[in-house]
Design a protein around this ligand. Sequence first.
Ligand SMILES: [Zn+2]
Length: 266
Amino acid sequence: MPDRRPERCSPAPSPTLPVWGYHTGLTPERWHTVYPACTEPGSPVDIATGTLGDADPADPVELDLRPTRWRVLNTGRTVQAEPAGPDGGPGPGRAGGFTVATTRYTVAQLHFHAPSEHTFDGAAAAMEIHVVATSADDAVTVIGAPLRIGPGPTALGLVLDAVPSEVTPAPFGRIATGITTGGSVTTDELDLSDVLPVGRDTVRYLGSLTTPPCTGGVLWHVYTTPVTVSADEAAGFTAVHHGNVRPVQPLHDRELSVRTVVNAPA
Ligand SMILES: [Zn+2]
């Protein structure tokens, strides 16, 4: 006799979504088959520098970042760092945040892409850093900065330098191990102010997450001038992750405007 227990007493197993990726399985051109928002005009975009106007001084990006420890992990698709508390546990809010048009956003995590996702006049940079922040009502905003190979101090290097010395000399190797072990490393204190320069311009536009589920309504601020990454650091990153990039999306009628990054008033 088959088991006739009412099905409502045992929740149906949730369907397993295909694992999205960049090179195998559900690749970017097929993300929309599982994640419908990936069909919307989203991010990244190409930025035609000849079309950009001057920065609006009345509406800057105001940084109020704080030094904190960071938990660095390999998600399998990127190297990601999340604010950590003094004991290395989760530390939401400890990295501070930034204010855009009276909305305060708190830094949730940062991560890297190689090469850059946003392009300028059709050209990609070696890498790109994304600093993702959320507001009290769960609005998402991202500061992006293209990374160009050059002398230090460098954005990626600051993250790696903050990894305690007992983890070196192979921080990327150690982080990569985290794919299978679920492990992570916790850095010493790092101030994002050392990564995101003030006094420089960003391009502001309304886009999306660049990874599934491609959630829309994301306000982007992309630095128009790169910060640096060393050749060694870029090589270390790309040995683990390369091509973790969504192709640029059509801009359609979306507006690109320019704002300056400043420190918040004390
Ligand atoms: Zn990203």
